[in-house]
Design a protein. Structure first.
Length: 429
C-alpha cells in the first residue's frame, strides 16, 4: 500500500480544532434518558430502505406544529411532545429520499426504525454535462465569483454545542453570534466570530468523573463553508487523493442538482473524507455538502482529534460527520447552515467497559447585511482555542432569553430560533 506524502497542514488544522479534548478520571456507564412529567419522548432511527445505511441529519417534524429535530450521527433521534399537544404524526425527510409520515401511535418504549425510499427525478431534455465529475468540480470553482459573494458582509447566527454520554447530555451551550464573513474571492480574508449573547444549561447531568472540553466553538462550523475554505475538499492538491463520480441527479427546492460522490483513493492510507456534493445544475454552484472522515485507521484518526488525554485512556473515533448548506437570493448563494458531529469511545486500560461520547456543534444564519462592515478587535473575537462553555457566562443576559429560558437540545436549531423573539435576532437587537 502506498502512503501519500503531501502538504496537509491546513487540512490537519481543520480537523484538530473540531474536537480538542482534555479528559480525566474514570467515566460512568450510560444511563437512560428520563422523560419529564409533562412530555413524552419518542425514539427513532432513520435508515435507507435499500442499503440499511443510517441517515444522519434527517429532519423529523411533528406535523401541524413547530416541534422538530434532526437525526444524529447514527441516524437516531429523540423528539419530545407535550402530553396535551394535538399531534398524531411525525414527518421524516432527507435529501434524495421520499418523505414519510409515521403515526406516533406506532412508537413504543423501544426505538422505531423508519425506512426511507430513495426518490427519482424524471428528466426531460436534460443534458448531463460532463461524464467526468472532476470537470464538473473545476467548473464549480471557476464560477465561484459569479455564484458567491465577492464582498465581505456581516451576519448574525444562532449557535449550539453539546456533549453527550450515551443519551445523556452532560454539557449544552448556545449563543447568538455576530460574524464577519470574508469575501469568497479573497482567500486571505478570514471569517471572524464575536459572541453577542450566550448561555450554558445547568439542567443537565453533572459530568463529575470526566472533564471534557471542545475547542473552537462557532469557528469550527464556519470552516465547513467548503466554498470559502475549498482546501478542505476541493483544492487541486487533493485531486490525487479523491475519486469523484457523478452518482445521481435529484431535485432540491424545485431545482435540479448533480450529485457528485467522492471517496479517497485505494492507495491513500491516511484518513481523508468521503461524501457527496450537491451542485445546482443551472448555476453550477455547490448548494449543499455532506461528508465524513474515514475512521478505519483508528489510531491515526484519534491523533487528528484529541489534543490531550491522560495516561491509560484509549480514544477510539467511531464516526465524524459534517454538513453545510447554502441559500440562494438574487442569483447568489449564501452560507446558511452547518453542523459537525463526532462520536467516539473512551476505554481505560484494564477496564472491561467503555463509554460512548458524542459532540455536536451547529450554526444557522438568521440575518446578513452589506452595511456596517467591520472586522472585530482581537479581544472581541472568539478564537480557535477558546472553549464555548467557558465563555458564555460573560455574555449571559437573563432578560435577553425571557420566556425561552430552557435549552431544548432535542429540538432542531430552526425551532429554537423561532422560539426566540425575532427582535433580538436583528442586527441592532
Amino acid at each position: 500500500m502506498k502512503t501519500l506524502r503531501m502538504n496537509k497542514g491546513s487540512w490537519l488544522l481543520v480537523l484538530a480544532i473540531f474536537l480538542s479534548a482534555s479528559v480525566y478520571a474514570i467515566p460512568k456507564g450510560d444511563e437512560e434518558l428520563i422523560d419529564t412529567i409533562n412530555f413524552k419522548a419518542y425514539f427513532g432511527k432513520v435508515i435507507d430502505s435499500q442499503t440499511a445505511r443510517t441517515l444522519p441529519f434527517a429532519t423529523v417534524e411533528a406535523t401541524g406544529s413547530n416541534i422538530a429535530t434532526v437525526t444524529n450521527i447514527d441516524g437516531e433521534f429523540t423528539i419530545k411532545i407535550a402530553n396535551d399537544a394535538d399531534i398524531s404524526d411525525l414527518k421524516v425527510s432527507y435529501i434524495g429520499f421520499s418523505n414519510k409520515t409515521i403515526p406516533i401511535s406506532q412508537f413504543n418504549k423501544k426505538t422505531l426504525t423508519i425506512k426511507l425510499d430513495p426518490s427519482s427525478v424524471q428528466l426531460k431534455e436534460v443534458i448531463i454535462r460532463p461524464e467526468d465529475a472532476m470537470e464538473l468540480i473545476v467548473d464549480v470553482l471557476a464560477n465561484l465569483k459569479k455564484n458567491y459573494s465577492t464582498d465581505p458582509m456581516m451576519m448574525r447566527g444562532f449557535y449550539r454545542e453539546s456533549i453527550q454520554r450515551g443519551r445523556n447530555y452532560v454539557a449544552i451551550s448556545e449563543a447568538v453570534i455576530d460574524i464577519f464573513k470574508g469575501a469568497y474571492s479573497n482567500e486571505f480574508q478570514y471569517d471572524q466570530v464575536k459572541l453577542f449573547k450566550g448561555r450554558k444549561s445547568a439542567d443537565v447531568e453533572k459530568m463529575d468523573t470526566v472533564l471534557f472540553k471542545v475547542q473552537g466553538g462557532p469557528n469550527t462550523t464556519l470552516l465547513l463553508d467548503v466554498m470559502k475554505n475549498p482546501y478542505i475538499l476541493l483544492s487541486s492538491d487533493y485531486y490525487a487523493v479523491y475519486n469523484f463520480h457523478l452518482s445521481d441527479v435529484i431535485s432540491i427546492d424545485d431545482r435540479l442538482h448533480y450529485v457528485v460522490s467522492f471517496n479517497q483513493k485505494m492507495y491513500v492510507e491516511e484518513p481523508f473524507y468521503r461524501g457527496k456534493l450537491y451542485i445546482d445544475m443551472d448555476k453550477l454552484a455547490i448548494t449543499e455538502a455532506e461528508f465524513e472522515l474515514n475512521t478505519e485507521n483508528k489510531e491515526e484518526a484519534a491523533r487528528l482529534f484529541i489534543k490531550k488525554k491522560p495516561m491509560g485512556m484509549v480514544i477510539i473515533p467511531e464516526r465524524a460527520v459534517y454538513r453545510s448548506k447554502y441559500t440562494i437570493e438574487d442569483d447568489r448563494w449564501y452560507f446558511s447552515y452547518a453542523r459537525a458531529e463526532v462520536k467516539f469511545k473512551v476505554n481505560w486500560k484494564k477496564k472491561l467497559f467503555n463509554t460512548t461520547y458524542s459532540t455536536m456543534s451547529e450554526v444557522a444564519i438568521t440575518d446578513r447585511t452589506y452595511e456596517g462592515i467591520e472586522k472585530f478587535a482581537s479581544k472581541e473575537r472568539f478564537k480557535r482555542n477558546d472553549v464555548m462553555g467557558e465563555k458564555v457566562y460573560i455574555f449571559f443576559d437573563q432578560g435577553f432569553w425571557e420566556g425561552y429560558n430552557v435549552i431544548e437540545p432535542d429540538q432542531s436549531i430552526e425551532s429554537a430560533i423561532r422560539r426566540l423573539n425575532r427582535r433580538y435576532l436583528r442586527r441592532n437587537g
